[in-house]
Design a protein around this ligand. Structure first.
Ligand SMILES: Cc1ncc(COP(=O)(O)O)c(C=O)c1O
Length: 389
């Protein structure tokens, strides 16, 4: 086991940024309930509202912070939108749901739930780079379409969709438009208005903030059925005592992300490309997954034919390198990544894929270390494999 640790799994989660941690610790002494009327309660509420403004500014709606509803994270935000559609679709004439085949499981499974309840659901195809099939989108939209839900950027391969175009099409058909922007926020510019989004999902722990806090942007006038009923917090959209500390962390994480986005993106993109070029040069037959240009600056997904992803991951872990495979562990059996399968990568190659997701602390030395460590691992695994590279 190597004493050196290289963390390259920032799409899974990020460490707390010191200034976020500081902001949270500073606020620990204000323990009052942010709904209380007394002075400490008002003080706590004031800080929550400052954080709401910072989160709103990150997605270009700083003038209307009331459009931000705090939640427990991306999964809850996405599920709230689908639950809302359940209620609307049961009562109204529109019931069609359009989403993509490469969404995060919390969207895919919410869409499958609606399907099991009798809603017609279309899972749009993507091309070999993970880009949405726009002609299929156009053909699928109709007078009964209730919701179009498309992720802004994919968590596994990093492909970024043409959000403004998709939003315009969805709105022109009279449907609601939702985007799971969990992986996009803080990595690329996001503007809810430009995308014509009715709903937009964010999660704080992808942004160097704490886990267990997220937000749902809600366009003025867009309906929302609470997933959690109770008190009047969040204008009745989401009950429960305010998670002050988490929310304040989110506020600081959002400020930081907004301030530093251009420099962050430029730096990690250069490192990502260096890693890609170094590995492609050193290892024969590497396939680079995801879009060559419209891709998150920090995300690199590679397939290594003839080597198994879980084995690569374990050998890398022994060398102190922490990454993810494109596979998800579903009910005890290792399923190949639904994202890679949707891009036309066969199950064998999908099983031999690794996601490197870089972040703020990634250094040139980290990249060099992986370029040094990975080629002999792939060579060894290929030599043991019965599958041809
Ligand atoms: C694209 C995407 N959507 C949603 C989520 C879920 O977010 P959370 O962990 O905050 O529930 C994730 C987390 O991995 C994600 O990558």
């Amino acid at each position: 086991m190597s004493s050196r640790r290289v963390y390259m799994d920032y799409n899974a989660t990020t460490p707390l940024h010191p200034s976020v941690q500081e902001a949270m610790v500073r606020d620990l002494e204000i323990f009052a309930n942010a709904s209380s009327m007394h002075e400490d309660g008002r003080k706590a509420r004031g800080r929550v509202e400052e954080a709401r403004k910072a989160v709103a500014e990150l997605i270009g709606c700083g003038d209307n912070p009331e459009q931000i509803v705090f939640t427990s994270g991306g999964s809850e935000s996405n599920n709230t939108v689908f639950a809302t559609m359940f209620h609307l679709g049961r009562k109204g004439p529109r019931r069609g749901i359009i989403t993509s085949a490469i969404e995060h499981p919390c969207v895919l499974n919410a869409a499958k739930w609606l399907e099991s309840e009798g809603f017609p659901v279309t899972f749009l195809k993507v091309d070999e780079y993970g880009k949405l099939d726009m002609s299929q989108l156009k053909a699928s939209l109709g007078p009964d379409t209730l919701l179009v839900s498309i992720m802004a950027a994919n968590n596994e391969i990093g492909t970024i969709q043409d959000m403004a175009e998709i939003g315009a099409l969805a709105k022109a058909s009279g449907a609601y438009f939702h985007s799971d922007a969990t992986q996009a926020v803080g990595k690329i510019p996001v503007c809810a208005d430009d995308w014509k989004a009715d709903y937009l999902t964010m999660s704080c722990h992808k942004l160097y903030g704490p886990k267990g806090v997220g937000a749902l942007y809600l366009r003025k006038g867009a309906p929302l059925e609470p997933l959690i009923r109770g008190g009047h917090q969040e204008h009745g959209h989401r009950a429960g005592t305010y998670n002050n500390i988490g929310i304040l962390g989110f506020g600081q994480a959002a400020r930081l992300a907004k301030e530093e986005l251009p420099e962050y993106a430029r730096r990690v993109f250069a490192l990502r490309n260096k890693l890609r070029d170094g590995l492609v040069a050193a290892i024969p037959k590497v396939r680079v997954n995801g879009h060559p240009v419209n891709v998150l600056p920090n995300t690199l997904n590679l397939s290594f034919p003839g080597a198994e992803g879980e084995a690569i991951l374990l050998y890398l872990d022994l060398a102190g390198i922490e990454v993810s495979t494109g596979s998800a562990c579903a009910s005890g059996s290792l399923e190949p990544s639904h994202v890679l399968l949707a891009t036309g990568v066969g199950p064998e190659l999908a099983h031999g894929s690794i996601r490197f997701s870089l972040g703020r602390a990634t250094s040139e030395e980290d990249v060099d270390y992986i370029i040094e460590q990975l080629p002999p691992i792939i060579k060894r695994l290929r030599a043991m494999s019965t599958v041809e590279a």
